[in-house]
Design a protein around this ligand. Structure first.
Ligand code: GUN
Length: 295
């Protein structure tokens, strides 16, 4: 039996609709229009695509979108000056600086300069620390999306054995905290982990976020396991000479063993921006003193 395909596209569309409904309500009831500022430095083609998509989806949800494009040779001081201005701007409730930044800019210092109340990426040490302490926090968008996808298969993650492969600040580490909040038993694996295959074989839920194409093989999985593939690896050889996208999981093998699996594309990718809209709405309500939204 082949795995159930987790339809990230449909789940993300549903989430965006629920955000749009809540945005309409806070506009009506609180005269509040949530606003998201996205900062793009340089001209990395993949980042340009992501930023354009974020802007479009922000507007489609009824929120205000502010795009700031800066040249690759912008100085750290100039970027910090822009962030200080966005921190003070009352129509901006969320600030996202697209990563990776060009060489010469210090991403940690830039992220740390963002007002934690507007940190819709959940990367500021204040929010990362609150999440790790089990306190309410703005939380990174991709891990939030992974949790929603996992819960579309398992309404409760209570007691599940979960393995997270990858320990990045953007995905792996916050994901572990979110899974703990859901009462999963969590193992975090990385490049030094011994017997990764054996570890995965014991897991009910495998989440791969390492950035290595097709690394997780079908025979690494327990039959019936749920597999969430965060990888977006661009390889040559797609249609029209373009790159093709490959996940961190060897999909064709895994789909024969898993109980449920996310495709690439069409899985986690769509959820990230949808969760960014959720975070922007939540940040706007908190800053405005309105009750938390229903999403
Ligand atoms: N680049 C790739 N994913 C992300 C993300 O979630 N946030 C930011 N800021 N940059 C990214």
């Amino acid at each position: 039996m082949t795995a159930r395909i987790i339809d990230g596209k449909a789940i993300a569309a549903d989430l965006r609709q629920r955000v749009a409904d809540e945005v309409a309500r806070v506009k009506r009831e609180h005269q509040l229009t949530p606003g998201l500022a996205v900062v793009l430095v340089g001209n990395d083609p993949a980042s340009e695509v992501y930023v354009r998509s974020k802007g479009r989806q922000t507007e489609a949800a009824g929120m205000a979108s502010f795009e700031h494009k800066l040249p690759a040779d912008v100085t750290q001081d100039e970027l910090l000056t822009l962030i200080a201005r966005l921190n003070r701007d009352p129509v901006v409730h969320g600030i996202l600086v697209q990563l990776p930044l060009p060489n010469g800019l210090d991403p940690r210092a830039i992220v740390a300069a963002i007002d934690p109340a507007k940190d819709v990426d959940g990367l500021h040490p204040f929010n990362a620390g609150r999440l790790a302490s089990g306190l309410p926090a703005l939380t990174p968008c991709t891990p939030l999306g992974c949790i929603i996808l996992a819960k579309s298969v398992h309404p409760s993650l209570d007691g599940l054995d979960a393995v997270v492969i990858g320990r990045s600040t953007l995905v792996g580490r916050p994901l572990v905290q979110l899974l703990l909040n859901e009462n999963a038993t969590v193992t975090i694996a990385h490049s030094r982990t011994r017997d990764l295959a054996g570890l995965c074989r014991r897991a009910d839920l495998v989440i791969a976020a390492v950035g290595r194409p097709a690394m997780v093989k079908g025979d690494w999985l327990k039959p019936g396991a749920t597999v969430i593939d965060v990888g977006i690896n661009r390889l040559p050889g797609g249609a029209d000479g373009k790159s093709r996208l490959i996940g961190d999981v060897a999909y064709d093998e895994a789909v024969e063993v898993a109980g449920a699996i996310t495709p690439v594309p069409g899985g986690v990718g769509q959820m990230t921006v949808a969760c960014l809209l959720v975070n922007t709405l939540r940040a706007a309500c908190a800053i405005h003193g309105a009750p938390p939204p229903a999403v």
